[in-house]
Design a protein around this ligand. Sequence first.
Ligand code: HEM
Length: 359
Amino acid sequence: MDVSGQVWREHRSFAVHVLKELGYGKGSMEDRITDEISYLIKHIDETNGEPMNIHDVLTPSMSNNICHLVFGHRLDFNEPKRQTMDRMLDEASKVFSVIGVLMMTPLWLSQLMFKVVAMNKNKKFIKAFDVFNKEISSHQKSFEVNNRVNDYIDGYLAEMEVRQRKDPNTHFTLPRLMANCRAFFGAGSETVRTTTEWLLLLSVRYSEHQKRIHEEIDSVVGRDRSPCYADRLLLSVRYSEHQKRIHSEIDSVVGRDRSPCYADRLHMPFTQAFICLAKDTSDGKQVIKTEALIPFSMGKRNCVGETLGRVEVFLYFVSLLQRYTISAAIDGTVVSLEETFGLTLQPKNPMILRFEKRV
Ligand code: HEM
C-alpha cells in the first residue's frame, strides 16, 4: 500500500481482516485459482504445441485472481476491460524499469515522480483506472450495508460506511479505495506471473529437472485430478533436487565464509523463483530458509498476499507441468535466463515456448 503511518496501519489491518473474511487461505481460494487455471489451459491447448508467448496469457490469468479478490468476478481474456488492464500491467512493468533507479531515492520522492511522470499522464493507466472507477460505482449501486461481502470493494464500502458515521474525517474514503485497488493489482499480478515465468524457463533450461518433476507429479497427483496445495508436502524429490541447486547457488554468490545478506537476493534468480514454492517443515525434505531469501519481505510491511502468492505459484506451475512438456520455441536452442528490471526482476526475452500435451 502506497501510504504510511496511521493511514497505512488501518488499511493494512483491514486488508488482512477482509482477506480472512473472504476465505483467502482456505479451500475456496484454491478452487477459484484452479478454475482460473482451467481457462488458461484452454488457451494453451488451442496452440496445439506450436510456439506461443505464454506471457500474454499468464498476465490476464494471474490478474484475474486479483479481479476475484477485488471485484468479486473474473474477466474473460477477450473482454475489452481485461485487455485494458493487461496493457496497464505491462506498462506498469516498463514504467518501473525506467524509474527503477528511483527505488534508491527517498520514498516520498519516488512516489511523487511516479505519480506525476508516469501514472497520471499515461493513457494506459487512465483507461485502466476507469475500469476500477466503474467497478466501484457498480458495487456502490448494488451494495447495501449488512449485505454479504463478496469481495474487497464490498468489504471496504461496508467499513467506510460504518467509519464515516462515527468520524467524518476517517481515512476510509473512495479515493483511498481506488488507490488500494491499484495496489492490489500492482502487487499481486506481476509478482506471481514473474515467479511462474522463471519456473517455466528454468524447467526448459534444465530439462532433466523437468523430467523428474513430470515423474513426480505423475506419482503424487496423477493425471486425473487437478493438483492441490497439500500436494506440495509430497513433492519432495523436486524440493531436494532444487535444494541442491539452491545450495550451490548460495555457495557461488555468498561463499561459505560469510552469512547471506539481503543484497544477495539480486544475484539469485533461480533461488528466488523456487523459494516461493518452499515451505519450512521439520522433516528436512524441503528447502531451508536462509536470511538472504525473503521473497515476501519481513516485518510489519511484509506481503499481505503471501498465502495467495504461494498457492498460486504452486498450482500454476504444477498444473502446467502435469499437462505439458515445455520446450524452447526452436528445438535444441538454450533458453536465456537473462533478466531485466521491472517491478520485479523479470525474464528479459519474450517468453516464447512450446507447450506439448504429455502422452
Ligand atoms: C510470488 C508472489 C509475491 C511476491 C514475491 C510478493 C512480494 C512482496 C514483497 C517483497 C512485499 C513488500 C514490499 C515492501 O517492502 O514494501 C509485498 C507487499 C505487498 N504485497 Fe506481495 N508478493 C507476492 C504476491 C502478492 C499477492 C498475490 C498479493 C495480493 C493479495 C500481494 C499483495 C501485496 C500488498 C498489498 C503489499 C503491500 C503490503 C503493505 O504495504 O503493508 N502480493 N509483496
